[in-house]
Ligand binder design. Structure first.
Ligand code: FMN
Length: 161
């Protein structure tokens, strides 16, 4: 029987909302990734600090207390930071082995997803990536939590798993 795990990192809650939706839809388990040291609560400061978010730059994360070998299917959701996947998700993919698993990936963004899918592909060379979702939220100040991707688009992506 399939065992599915949803793994996500969310700075402002958008990826978290979708991760919880997918968890319920698939009757999956869920794992939230967290940086060892919290990022600043000042949004603009974090944006400035992470202007260089290349594939090599990551952060220490809290240890993952879950047996990943129990799961054959994985859902990965992160926010987009400066055109790439978040440093927290990067560090997780560098530290933990998801090879041979079926995986679907998503990156929540405000219109500039950049090279996020390439980042996932680079860091998951031995996994079977079955679906990629551009998870679009509003870029307008005061509306950053408004989702623009439809529920049908999310449901279709989930079916790829
Ligand atoms: C440091 C930082 C960098 C960002 N860079 C981008 C970007 O390159 N492209 C984009 O579309 N949105 C960018 N955003 C906006 C977020 O990706 C977007 O609001 C996303 O939905 C947030 O997801 P979350 O609520 O799960 O953190 C950035 C936000 C932060 C904090």
């Amino acid at each position: 029987m399939d065992k599915i795990l949803v793994i996500y990192y969310s700075f402002t809650g958008n990826s978290k909302t979708v991760a919880e939706y997918v968890k319920n839809k698939l009757n999956a388990d869920i794992l939230e990734l967290e940086p060892k040291v919290p990022f600043s609560s000042d949004y603009d400061e974090v944006v400035r600090q992470w202007q260089n978010n290349d594939i090599k730059r990551d952060v220490e994360i809290k240890p993952v207390d879950i047996d990943l070998s129990k799961y054959n299917k994985i859902v990965l959701i992160t926010c987009t930071w400066w055109y790439g996947i978040s440093p927290v998700m990067k560090k997780f993919l560098k530290e933990y082995d998801l090879s041979k698993k079926d995986i679907i990936v998503a990156s929540s963004n405000a219109g500039w997803i950049g090279h996020c899918f390439k980042d996932y592909e680079t860091l998951l060379p031995n996994s079977n990536i079955k679906g990629e979702l551009d998870l679009l939220f509003s870029a307008n100040d005061g509306e950053r939590n408004k989702i623009l991707t439809t529920q049908k688009e999310i449901d279709d992506w989930v079916k790829c798993l």
